[in-house]
Design a protein around this ligand. Structure first.
Ligand SMILES: Cc1ncc(C[n+]2csc(CCOP(=O)(O)OP(=O)(O)O)c2C)c(N)n1
Ligand SMILES: [Mg+2]
Length: 308
């Protein structure tokens, strides 16, 4: 969680320098789910994510230097500087990509689950998406297919209440409970406080073990909240689509403090060590990205995907 927070805060701090020229969707406030995931997924398990994918890429073991270089548009980036923040890929750790099109990576994640089942590889496919992706038709086709074929897929919805500036209540019928609705399609469904990393860990671990055993797909809904604007490095509570009161209420429930309150003072010392290590790693990774060369004009038609 420290590592994700530190990277996202540094992006936010440096963004105004104008060197990162792609849109960026930051995960500050949403660190619990990817952090728990990082302790559960195996290296050869698959994962895909969406426009807000930095944390998932890092949690799957994606190379931090390559991610930052990508955001800076550099040749050393994970998509060779041609994709930017929303097109992250790490084939060496089976992080199979992120997409700017809401819902677009869901069927890809299901296809990866199907491949694991056909080839009997014992891999699990994890699909990260937001509450907005539930409103895309492809979500229903994909999860139905995963249920019918009993695929080893974990659908992970990080419900942060908003799709850009629209809260759930103007997008979906009043009193709809997403988990209940999805349960009717047939996957096993669980939900919990998505800012409580230990709770998320428990639910995600069980779902992963069960789906790996061949017991079919899971849909997990984790409630959380993004602190910054939908896209970009700033706070935007002043523009009126959400209240300062709501923001402060969620800020009190933020993932890192929630964990710190629960642990012993010995563990707190350990956390301080982690925080310091992370600072050093983040600084050197930004230096790498800033110093890396841009792609050449002649690279324009080269394949964008990194090789294993
Ligand atoms: C198919 C499609 N429709 C609309 C958009 C514009 N758009 C980009 S991000 C976003 C919000 C998605 O919300 P959610 O899935 O909840 O993710 P969050 O940003 O909250 O993490 C929208 C509507 C898009 N990129 N793709
Ligand atoms: Mg959302």
């Amino acid at each position: 969680m420290f590592r994700i927070r530190a990277v996202e805060e540094e992006i936010s701090k440096r963004y105004a320098n104008g060197k990162m020229r792609c849109p960026t969707h930051l995960s500050i406030g949403q660190e619990s789910v990817p952090a728990a995931f990082s302790e559960i997924a195996k290296k050869n398990d698959f994962a895909v994510s969406s426009h807000r994918g930095h944390a998932h890429y890092m949690a799957k073991g994606g190379n931090l230097k390559s991610m930052l270089a990508e955001i800076y548009g550099k040749k050393t980036g994970c998509s060779k500087g041609k994709g930017g923040s929303m097109h992250l890929i790490g084939l060496s750790v089976n992080f199979m990509g992120t997409s700017a099109i809401v819902g677009n990576s869901i069927p890809i994640g299901v296809g990866l689950g199907l491949s694991a089942k056909i080839k009997k590889t014992n891999q699990v496919s994890f699909i990260f998406f937001g509450d907005g992706a539930i409103e895309e038709g492809v979500f229903y086709e994909s999860i139905n297919f995963a249920v019918v074929k009993k695929l080893p897929v974990v659908f992970i919805c990080e419900n942060n209440l908003y799709s850009v500036y629209s809260p759930l209540e103007v997008r979906q019928p009043k009193n709809r409970n997403i988990s209940k609705m999805v349960k009717a399609i047939g996957p096993k469904v669980h939900s919990c406080d998505g800012n409580d990393v230990l709770k998320v860990y428990g639910i995600l671990k069980k779902a992963t073990n069960e789906t790996r055993k061949g017991n079919g797909p899971y849909f997990l809904e984790f409630s959380t909240y993004r602190w910054l604007e939908h896209c970009g490095p700033n706070f935007d509570n002043n523009i009126g689509y959400r209240s300062v009161g709501e923001f402060l209420k969620w800020k009190k429930k933020e993932p890192i403090q929630k964990l710190v309150k629960k642990i012993s003072s010995k563990s707190k010392n350990h956390l301080e060590k982690i925080r310091n290590q992370v600072k050093i790693e983040v600084k050197s990774s930004f230096n790498f990205a800033e110093k890396s060369p841009f792609p050449k004009q002649s690279d324009a038609y080269e394949g964008v995907y990194a090789k294993k």
